[in-house]
Design a protein around this ligand. Structure first.
Ligand code: DAH
Length: 344
């Protein structure tokens, strides 16, 4: 009986002191498993007389039940303590200051340029680029612009040396694309990029600006295709209700050449200060690629024809966003730039 009492006390003490799950398991093994201390008490039954057996057996069972209950109780204590610790370690401090979270802003010119690119990519055009430091050859010669043309004047163009310049228009990308694809039957490209002119900066002029050129070459490409394409562009930029009109014009690299007006998106053609009371706004130049330009690049101008257009991204952005000064785009005033970005 003395031994029983000792086992009970030792067991209860060990259970009380076991403050984590592995320890508690060890204690359970020590006392309550098949080879544990309680089981070994049972094995002593054999040595006792029948009366003693009964008494001893009941006592051992009582000890077993008591230790089991103590074990269960301690197990739930330990589990609760473990959970509490875990919760505390994962506690959020809601009073900490937040992390400054900035969405990268896109420049309004990038936004408009990408809108134009997206519009044409959806129609199967490929977007291509070219060098800003360009050969006179691709910028002028291949665009059919003769040596005595005023655009070639030092007054108008930034020359680096006699044959090298800062490209004055994205038509330079067009002439490169033509040459690179002369072996193909068709070509459908959009050519965005920065261009440079020796202009004095004012509200409507900038010595550097952005153009997007479009070029399609193939069998039977005609002026009606060009008109349809430009109408789709005007509507993508200024709304589904817009109309366009073509006026005869002159560019060295197209024949015939046209100037393209879009019906005013502000007054819907009635006349306002934006369209200078005419109802129309000029947005770009275009035409059928001059046969000589095709031939110089290596195409057979008897077999294929092409159309091209070129527009100024600043001009379109100024009209879309109702801006009155091109210099806003280049002054990096964050208050100005932030207006064009919405969280979408
Ligand atoms: N290169 C012309 C300019 O800078 C714009 C232009 C006009 C491009 C007609 C074209 C075109 O491709 O067909 O003013």
């Amino acid at each position: 009986m003395e031994a029983l009492k000792k086992v009970l006390e030792a067991g209860l003490k060990a259970i009380q002191e076991a403050e984590d799950l592995p320890l508690l398991n060890e204690v359970r093994n020590e006392f309550l498993s098949k080879r544990g201390k309680v089981a070994s008490l049972m094995s002593q039954l054999r040595e006792l007389s029948p009366e003693q057996k009964r008494e001893f057996g009941q006592q051992v069972n009582r000890i077993k039940v008591e230790l089991q209950q103590a074990f269960e109780a301690q197990l739930s204590n330990v589990e609760a303590a473990v959970l509490k610790l875990k919760l505390e370690s994962e506690k959020l401090n809601l009073e900490l200051p937040g992390v400054d979270f900035r969405v990268p802003l896109r420049h309004p010119l990038t936004i408009v340029q990408e809108e134009i690119e997206d519009h044409f990519m959806a129609m199967g055009y490929e977007v291509i680029e070219g060098p800003e430091v360009e050969l006179d050859f691709y910028n002028f010669e291949r665009a059919n612009i003769p040596a005595n043309h005023p655009a070639r004047d030092m007054q108008d163009t930034f020359y680096i040396d006699e044959s090298l310049l800062l490209r004055t228009h994205t038509t330079a990308i067009q002439t490169r694309a033509l040459e690179a694809n002369a072996h193909k039957e068709t070509l459908k490209v959009i050519c965005p990029g920065k261009v440079y002119r020796k202009d004095d900066d004012d509200a409507t002029h900038s010595h550097q600006f952005v153009q997007v050129e479009g070029l399609v070459v193939g069998h039977g490409v005609n002026l009606a295709n060009l008109k349809h394409t430009l109408l789709s562009l005007a509507q993508a930029m200024f709304g589904a209700d817009r109309n366009i009109r073509l006026r005869p014009s002159y560019f060295q690299f197209t024949e015939p050449s046209v100037e393209v007006d879009v019906s005013c998106h502000v007054c819907d053609g009635a006349g306002c200060h934006v369209c200078k009371q005419t109802g129309w706004i000029e947005i770009l130049g275009a035409g059928m690629v001059h046969p000589h330009v095709l031939e110089m690049a290596g195409f057979d101008s008897e077999a294929v024809s092409g159309f091209a257009f070129g527009c100024g991204v600043e001009r379109i952005a100024m009209l879309k966003y109702n801006l009155d000064d091109i210099r806003h785009f280049y002054q990096n005033d964050s208050k100005f730039l932030k207006q064009f970005n919405r969280f979408e």
